[in-house]
Design a protein around this ligand. Sequence first.
Ligand SMILES: Nc1ncnc2c1ncn2[C@@H]1O[C@H](COP(=O)(O)OP(=O)(O)OP(=O)(O)O)[C@@H](O)[C@H]1O
Ligand code: NI
Length: 328
Amino acid sequence: MTERPAVLSVRGLSVRFLLPGGRRVAAVTDAHFDVAPGECLALIGESGCGKSVLASALLGLLPANARTAGHAHLGDLDLLTADERTLARTVRGRRIGLVPQSPAAHLTPVRTIRSQLEETVAQLTGVRGRAALRAAAERAAERAAFPADHLDRHPHELSGGLAQRAATALALVGEAPLLLADEPTTGLDRDLVDRTVDELRRHVDADGGRALLMITHDLAAAERIADRIAVMYAGRIVELADAGTFFGAPGPRHPYSRGLLDALPDRAFTPIPGMPPELGALPDGCAFAARCGRATDTCATLPALTGSVACHHPVPAVRDLVTEDIRA
Ligand SMILES: Nc1ncnc2c1ncn2[C@@H]1O[C@H](COP(=O)(O)OP(=O)(O)OP(=O)(O)O)[C@@H](O)[C@H]1O
Ligand code: NI
């Protein structure tokens, strides 16, 4: 069996913001990962670590003071060097469906949800004719659990949760091969979180060629649908792990990943001490060392991502633990 090429292949992606006075913010550094057909990769990490900036880089939506390096291949297209015309006409909505972090900002305020859905259906699919467009828009709403009796409302007449579902419905219309969801469950209660992420999962499963990159703070949502987890800290991906291994036994290996899990109310409920560093003033070595119980002098040098973890003192893998036991 030949392995199918990744839907998205990110290689050495870095984003710097240039600030007045020559200051630089290292928002994303050397990100390296693939998202395979049929796969859901969840990108997790504390607020401000660079997750949304990474997503904006893939969509060509960075502000003018941003500089990128590296590659991000979507099929044969490098998203980082594609021109704005290509990105606007063929990528956003068509090849990448975006579920945005702030849905209110992505909905047109003066138009009803129904008219926005119908317009998007007309733009991105072959559906034509009033009745057919109306039916297709209603199906799109239903897929994202958006209530039919709210379709004729304007965005400002919707709760945050309903606006989120409207944005999800719009993102699914184009049946894009890559779905990029930035906090798709913000403001939803648990029941709707489950429905929303299940719908995203179905979208991926419906056609084996699709993939989902989901940015989230909600580890329960990540556990529910992700195949793999990417953990970001201070702009770097510090661990890539299979979701079963990450949430089950033996668990993640990076001390930061462990800290994220231990902070959960249904686990140890112990927050990670301290705060992440400023991305404009990162230390030379491991950016997590200042908060890390396993840190030593070695951590003053930057740990490379070897295997699937960037740490000088990762928590031992089970096999190593067993060996330690036998020796003891
Ligand atoms: N235009 C900009 N100029 C300078 N710095 C910026 C700019 N946009 C974002 N940043 C910085 O980039 C960093 C990463 O922000 P980003 O929004 O990606 O974080 P995030 O991981 O998505 O956080 P959250 O979970 O809160 O959404 C932040 O420190 C932010 O201040
Ligand atoms: Ni964000």
